[in-house]
Design a protein around this ligand. Structure first.
Ligand code: ADP
Ligand code: MG
Length: 480
């Protein structure tokens, strides 16, 4: 990236709220059903039908507002955003414009220098999703699936406070984590439950006014978002350095070609002619309603992370990883509860072997082959010296593959650690007898060879000899 330029990014995140029914109708929001089986007359935009607000979305938006230190508006208003598109049969989308339900929030991220940085949340408003057009498998025609029409969305708009693609992704991850903690969204990006548009501009370092921005659409994975933003930043800098100017426009990211291309310019942009929806009353929220939402807030990620560091003395990075989802944090705490080992040891197992195995099998922590209490059984056998850490990995693998509990695997595969000193001495003596030249070299001062002998002993005992004892016995016998 060229020096002398400052990158400015603001994100608009569409989070699908995890309600059973739609925002203004009783139709189901379940994903993946046959087209148009979940669209009632309200979603189809029939004349004469009236929207009725789903109270649950108000509660969810309120919880979000409280979780990001925002103001939850005692009174917010739904407006009609007018545009014509086949997947929006009413001819307008119900959204919030002038009086959104949430304003002036904040989120903290860690910047490139490791410092905490505040990102302002301008607003979060409620709106309904549109349906979708289908072209695949249809010959010279388009289909419309209105199952998604009327699905509740919370659009979370940030201030232009982000200064790099990395910061944008860090912020997005924080929002992703928090909506899942709150249980207000499943955050599933593949299914479109968590989508993001990125507004990107550049300006000469030190300049006060913001540069002209382009809005990137179609960003549906954390990896693509980072790539697309970096690509767009480069494009804008090159353009300006070549004497051109950035046009305010909407651009589409194509992950296959790894390019962004213009979708529509500002001149072509819709004039939405917003006005308050006469079919819906303003939303009024009481103090009691807010107090109840506050009381229902779970421990939030930042607080949990701090508690993991102070109560369990975890490394800060590990606390961040373990609190990335509530399910993972709960798993870890159940494990700690059930083991005598230090929490950091438990953390190492969750972040290392367990996460590795989950990744490999493409599983979530909720579907882990090994429960937290079963993993505690393994960690305890290392702690009480029944097995070494190295053998433990072998036991873990067997447990993962359904071969039983730690104790069962250790028993059936005869993996118990050898701690009987005379047994270890016998093996050490054998190794010494079989390697006279190395013994001579060691005795002549080549200390490094101790590793060679340890290796031989471990080979003889299939890794089961207690490593500390092996070292000690070797040193004693080699001295002689
Ligand atoms: P619109 O109504 O056209 O969507 P907004 O003013 O609501 O525009 O801004 C949308 C998003 O764009 C916000 O996240 C905001 O922070 C961001 N944004 C606005 N101006 C810029 C800019 N010059 N560079 C980068 N991001 C910007
Ligand atoms: Mg916008």
């Amino acid at each position: 990236m060229s020096a002398g330029w400052e990158v400015v990014i603001g994100l608009e995140i569409h989070t699908q709220l995890a309600t059973k029914s739609k925002i203004f109708s009783g139709a189901s929001t379940a994903y993946g059903s046959e087209p148009n089986t979940q669209a009632c007359l309200v979603d189809l935009g029939y004349p004469g039908v009236l929207p009725v607000l789903n109270k649950e979305v108000v509660r969810m938006a309120t919880m979000f507002g409280l979780a990001v230190n925002a103001t939850v508006a005692r009174r917010s208003v739904f407006a009609r955003k007018n545009y014509f598109y086949p997947d929006l049969p009413k001819g307008y989308q119900i959204s919030q414009m002038e009086l959104p339900i949430v304003e002036h929030g904040e989120m903290f991220i860690t910047d490139a220098d490791g410092n905490e940085k505040r990102i302002g949340i301008t607003r979060a408003h409620l709106e309904e999703d549109a349906g979708k057009s289908i072209h695949e498998g249809l010959d010279a025609s388009s289909g419309i699936d209105l199952n998604r029409a009327g699905t509740p969305l919370l659009e979370i708009v940030s201030e232009p406070d982000l200064r790099s693609a990395k910061e944008a992704v860090a912020y997005l991850r924080k929002i992703h984590t928090i909506v899942r903690y709150l249980g207000i969204s499943d955050g599933n990006m593949q299914e479109g439950s968590f989508r993001c548009d990125a507004n990107v501009s550049v300006r000469p370092m030190g300049q006060k006014e913001l540069g002209t921005r382009a809005e990137l659409k179609n960003l549906n994975s954390f990896r693509f978002i980072e790539k697309a933003i970096n690509l767009e930043v480069e494009r804008q800098i090159d353009l300006i350095e070549d004497g051109g100017t950035v046009a305010q426009e909407t651009r589409l990211y194509d992950s296959d070609k790894h390019e962004t291309r213009s979708m529509r310019s500002k001149e072509e942009a819709n004039d939405y002619r917003y006005f308050p929806d006469p079919d819906l009353l303003p939303v009024e929220i009481s103090d009691e309603f807010i107090a109840a939402a506050r009381a229902a807030l779970p421990e939030l990620p930042a607080a949990k992370e701090q508690r993991f560091v102070s109560a369990y003395e975890l490394r800060a990075d590990d606390a961040t990883i373990l609190t990335a989802s509530r399910a993972l944090a709960d798993y870890f705490e159940t494990l700690v509860e059930a083991t005598d080992a230090k929490p950091q040891i438990a953390a190492n197992w969750v972040i290392g072997e367990l996460s590795g195995a989950l990744n490999k099998d493409n599983k979530d922590i909720g579907d882990s082959n090994i429960s937290a209490t079963d993993l505690a059984g393994l960690v305890n056998r290392i702690h009480d010296n029944t097995i070494s850490g190295k053998i433990a990995k072998q036991v873990f693998e067997a447990m993962w593959n359904g071969k039983g509990s730690a104790d069962e695997v250790i028993e059936s595969q005869g993996l118990k650690q050898i701690t009987d000193n005379s047994a270890i001495e016998a093996v050490v003596q054998k190794v010494i007898d079989e390697n006279p030249s190395q013994v001579a070299e060691y005795r002549a001062g080549k200390d490094k060879l101790i590793g060679f002998f340890v290796g031989k002993v471990m080979q003889e005992t299939r890794g089961q000899a207690n490593p500390g004892q092996v070292n000690q016995v070797l040193k004693d016998l080699l001295k002689a």
